[in-house]
Design a protein. Sequence first.
Lengths: 175, 129
Amino acid sequence: MITPAAVRRIRERVAALLEDHGIDEPPVPVDKLAENLGLEIRVAPLRGDLYGALIRSDHENYIGVNSLNHPNRRRFTIAHELGHFVLHKGIKVHIDKGFRVNWRDDESSQAVSDEEMEANRFAAELLMPIQFLTRDIDRLRGVGHETVALLARKYKVSSQAMRIRLTGFGYMLPE
Amino acid sequence: MISQDEFARRLGRLVAERRKEAGMSQKTFGEALSLSRASVANIESGRQAVSLYTVYCMADILKREPAELMPPATETGVHTKRSAKEFHVKPRLPGEHLGRLSFRERRQLEGLSPKESVWFNKITKARSE
């Protein structure tokens, strides 16, 4: 579970990051942001459901991205790995393998899934910052399916991700 | 891959076939190659191995491509396309430049498939062993 306190903490970190790097409108340039934070983006193709990786060593930090993924998915991967980088200082290697990772038999499964949830939350907050979205939605008359598609394009995220985000804010009813 | 003896027998059979097609005796073929008739017979039966240079010389005399005297790769058990699995590529566990890894981190790296390991090595710019 991700606690409301954790969500607040993540939201504050993201807001500070956006402000520090002068980002005030969508789409959030996650690759630039990563570079500004000293993270090199490295790409290589792979067929399969491995999305990316975060590698942190004493002298270099970088994010690996599967170049065969859709651009929106690649942005999410970078944002997710940035989340681990910013929030979880102890992690040296993290591999983002989608749904296949099975930690059920592992003592640390709870810790892993907490970290995953936090990184996912960080990615959502970073790609679709609450202050940007509220501003955009205030200009709109209502939120419907076309608005979701429009906002998804503007923020360079998948429609699904945008729908989940808007549902979370109570702008839409869950399907 | 087949044995060296079996390879020599197959090559010899092909040489004999091509020589006969060219209407040449073992004796005249041998003379053109500066080899005795007995040597030609040994080569054709696979009792004597030949150098790649000799194969080219024989191709020149028979007016053939050298490959026409050699057994096709697939018939000798040569796999031209191997999967990464066969090579059993493991990611170089980046312990050297990352320091000590946690159990969880090691498990993640060990859980990579061969293809994923290749990808990981490309990303870390490590060479696969």
